[in-house]
Design a protein around this ligand. Structure first.
Ligand code: GLC
Length: 561
């Protein structure tokens, strides 16, 4: 494969990489979804210059690092998760200088930067795939993908019974008769990781961005790269959730681990602690822990936690299981409540339990926000690293009533209702002002690629700044307190205290600093608890009555023990 000669960074990005090995263990990492964060040129789509200009917001919020979803060259069939050139910035988002400037500015503000890498599949417009189409069956370029003859007398049936995560068959037939595999949209052909050329190419892509100074990578569909030999049938049809319990011949195959051991060695060629974060939807937390063994990745997203209902027993169990599984491999636990693929937790928690992670109903927005704030303080009180998704610090709900014609998510268009509602969490962020696009674009009246609800005027960064009790100020205070109280976030265990049904009470201890008690009332009634100590922060107003704390429904409080 030929590439334009990579342009060498003009100067190493200024950041003391050497300073803090283990920086990621308790880090709060903020996900930026570039299309929807900030638009510097008024075309309605966010871009790298927009992110750069808004970095001070992230510094003021108090996060440690920023993970940026893909901005590489892409026809945008899956909002950039369909990459046509892994070393190039898509003109929609800017250019190489913007990427370099972004890393530099972030480092100057003390923020680390994690890029997204998409190794399971590329775009149909990637030059490899174009060549594979042109060169036909038996060519070396076809061997970079999974091209196979079909079944049936004339090969008219797909090679096996796998279905795309986005709906429909996971195979598409091309001229000449062969079929190619795509676990996602047909525009996203799966790469063949049995082919050493694919492996070498990705080592080179990692080095390309590491040379620019990035602090790590979030690895897209990390569980999907290796397929079971012979691509066996599953034996049933129908959609399955990403968190399905049954092993699948295309997910979480043991062979993926050798790839990450290899990548770890690449990262270790660089100074400082560069990290790999697995987006691995596995059936159990124990399986996720396999991705973060000492010679593999550094962190894996905890989707089981994200998918857990607002229920004290269920949450306690997932916290314990997570800590136990991660302790065994020496990796930090991670916690997450929202991202660009699921309904925002403000909306999820206002819907009935068991509604899943992708929903169309707004539920009870007042209850949802109240619980979301409590859920966030509980999460930020746990040991390990936490991921925040842009806009959750504003308490944004999912936009559940987007008209079908503006929806861009390929899963919406391919699936009959399942896994199909990801646009609702991708609506551009309101920053300021009283009319659309609320500071997302440079001028009033500029477009935004998805329309923002009028009510978001009240939710902008400007509208919430300095307002006591606003969700933004709650997040800012929470991250402040987390920095001042090193017990929060530290270590790998919690100590549970006795608490009434439906209430969680836990103590956090670190090597430095006083113990902090975290109490969450998940019931719909107020509860009284023995006063755990001095109040540090609470997700809602609460009262102290003599030696008792009166914790209202759906509230978390942090106490200095
Ligand atoms: C990951 C991404 C998601 C994308 C999919 C295919 O799950 O988070 O947005 O659609 O991979 O790349």
């Amino acid at each position: 494969m030929t590439h334009p000669a990579p342009t060498a960074p003009t100067a190493p990005a200024p950041f003391a990489h050497e300073d803090a090995a283990d920086w990621y263990r308790g880090a709060v990492i903020y996900q930026v979804y570039p299309r929807s964060f900030a638009d510097s040129d008024g075309d309605g789509i966010g871009d790298l210059a927009g992110i750069r200009a808004r970095l001070p917001h992230l510094r003021d919020l108090g996060v440690d690092a920023v993970w940026i979803s893909p901005f590489y060259a892409s026809p945008q069939a899956d909002a950039g998760y369909d990459v046509s050139d892994y070393r190039k910035v898509d003109p929609v988002f800017g250019d190489a200088a913007d990427a370099e400037g972004l890393v530099r500015d972030a480092h100057e503000l003390g923020l680390r930067v994690i890029f997204d890498i998409v190794p399971n599949h590329c775009s149909e417009e990637h030059e490899w795939f174009q060549r594979a189409l042109a060169e036909g069956p038996g060519s070396a370029s076809r061997a970079l993908f999974h091209f196979h003859e079909g079944r049936g007398e004339a090969g008219e049936l797909p090679p096996n019974d796998w279905e795309s995560i986005f709906g429909g068959p996971a195979w598409t037939r091309v001229e000449g008769g062969e079929w190619y595999l795509h676990l996602f949209a047909p525009q996203q052909p799966d790469l063949n990781w049995d082919n050493p050329v694919v492996r070498e190419e990705f080592r080179s892509v990692l080095r390309f961005w590491l040379d620019l100074g990035v602090d790590g990578f979030r690895v897209d569909v990390a569980h999907g790269l290796v397929k079971a030999p012979g691509l066996p049938d599953i034996g049933r049809t129908g959609q399955f959730g990403l968190l399905g319990n049954a092993p699948m011949p295309f997910f979480d195959q043991d062979g993926v681990h050798e790839i990450y051991r290899d990548w770890r060695r690449v990262l270790e060629e660089y100074p400082g602690e560069r990290v790999l974060v697995a987006e691995a939807w596995t059936p159990t937390i124990e399986r996720s822990a396999c991705y973060v063994r000492p010679d593999e990745m550094h962190q894996a997203f905890n989707f089981t936690y994200l998918a857990t209902d607002w229920d004290a027993c269920a949450l306690r169990e997932v916290v314990d299981t997570t800590l136990e599984a991660m302790r065994r491999v020496g990796a930090p636990a991670t916690w997450v409540l929202s991202n660009h693929d699921v309904t925002r937790h403000t909306t999820r928690l206002g819907n009935p339990p068991g509604s899943g992670t992708q929903m169309v109903t707004p539920g009870d927005p007042v209850l949802g926000l109240r619980r979301a704030r409590a859920a966030t303080l509980l999460m930020l009180g746990l040991p390990g690293s936490a991921y925040l998704y842009q806009g959750e610090e504003l308490g944004l709900p999912d936009v559940t009533d987007l008209p079908d014609e503006v929806r861009a998510d390929p899963s919406f268009h391919r699936a009959a209702g399942q896994e199909g509602f990801r646009d609702g969490c991708r609506v551009p962020i309101p920053w300021s002002g009283t009319s659309q696009p609320y500071g997302f674009g440079p001028r009033e009246g500029d477009p935004s690629w998805l329309p923002q609800p009028d009510a978001w005027r009240e939710l902008s960064v400007e509208a919430q700044t300095g307002v006591a009790g606003s969700t933004l100020e709650l997040y800012r205070s929470a991250l402040d307190v987390r920095r001042e109280q090193p017990s929060l976030g530290a270590g790998d265990e919690v100590e549970w205290l006795d608490a009434p049904d439906g209430v969680l009470a836990l103590v956090r201890r670190g090597e430095d600093g006083a113990p902090v008690v975290v109490t969450t009332n998940l019931t719909s009634e107020e509860v009284r608890l023995p006063l755990p100590g001095g109040l540090l922060l609470a997700s809602a107003e609460l009262a102290v009555d003599g030696d008792e704390a009166v914790l209202p429904a759906d509230t978390t409080a942090w106490w200095l023990g």
